[in-house]
Design a protein around this ligand. Structure first.
Ligand code: APR
Length: 263
């Protein structure tokens, strides 16, 4: 059984964490795994719905072909997410907000758990399962305000059909979201990549941009990813066990500091 002490936090990272002013975190489904939200990949399996791989039911093509089926899939997922709470990793990141002069949270997740933990101004690259958008007038609606039944919900402004405000496979990201995240990655000193398989672009390009701009890039994941080789530090383990070690107040970080032999 892998334990967190197998992956210690270097003194370089601890020092950088203590002095950095501009920090960015990119998260993926893995950060919500300890909250009970299934990931899409990792552990060798991929999610399936009624015999359809998730990237078929969650696609622009399915939206055109069978909107009620897409709503049924997202209603099911929203049902799963309802009782889910943010975990120690989400709370650690929310706590970092006060630590750094300039702090950016970029997520691929649509579950809203960063915001539930207190993170503000989260860049949601793939939208949110808690919102719907009108096909006709593009108005966004909070789903918690809507009564969702079997039928496709209608826009309260124009009566048009609503669709989940989630980026589906084959669709563009929300206007400006990637551009803003990329601009932040260009200027951060420290970039954390937490719980993503780093195979879906353009999200996976964010840490590459930070790396190319000279940031110290740290990956947190129980498994290696295509990104691991460009990272300055890879912390192998669960986000909920590792991220709290980096909070400024946690005494334990000093115990686990790995003394980098002086040159
Ligand atoms: N802590 C950290 N990482 C974890 C944990 C954990 N407790 N548990 C699993 N992981 C890692 C897995 O090893 C895997 O590398 O999280 C990653 C999850 O990968 P994916 O399921 O591919 O999720 P993600 O990278 O967010 O997918 C990107 O693809 O399916 C689309 O739109 C969807 O936003 C999603 C995008």
């Amino acid at each position: 059984m892998h334990s967190v002490t197998d992956s210690v936090i270097s003194s370089k990272l601890s020092e950088l964490f203590a002095i950095a002013r501009n920090v960015l975190v990119l998260t993926g489904a893995g950060i919500s795994a300890e909250s009970g939200v299934p990931t899409f990949r990792g552990g060798g399996n991929t999610a399936v719905w009624k015999g359809m791989p998730f990237d078929v039911i969650s696609s622009a093509g399915m939206l055109q072909r069978d909107l009620p089926a897409v709503w049924e899939w997202f209603n099911y997922r929203r049902g799963l997410l309802g009782p889910v709470k943010p975990n120690a990793a989400h709370h650690a990141i929310a706590g970092w907000q006060k630590q750094f002069e300039h702090f950016t949270v970029v997520t691929q997740n649509i579950d809203g758990l960063h915001q539930a933990a207190g993170s503000r101004d989260v860049i949601e690259l793939h939208g949110s399962i808690w919102r719907a958008r009108c096909f006709d007038c593009e108005t966004r609606h909070e789903l918690r305000d809507l009564r969702i039944g079997q039928e496709v919900p209608s826009c309260m402004d124009c009566g048009g059909h609503l669709r989940p405000d989630v980026v589906l496979f084959g669709e563009m990201l929300p206007p400006g979201a990637f551009e803003r995240a990329a601009a932040e990655a260009q200027h951060c000193e420290l970039c954390f990549v937490v719980g993503t398989s780093a195979v879906v672009y353009p999200a996976a390009a964010i840490p590459e941009i930070a790396h190319a701009a000279g940031a110290y890039v740290v990956e947190v994941n129980p498994e290696p990813t295509p990104l691991s080789e460009i990272c300055d530090e890879v912390l192998t383990g669960k986000a909920g066990e590792i991220l709290p070690l980096l909070s400024p107040t946690s005494a334990s970080s000093s115990q686990l500091m790995r003394s980098v032999p002086s040159a």
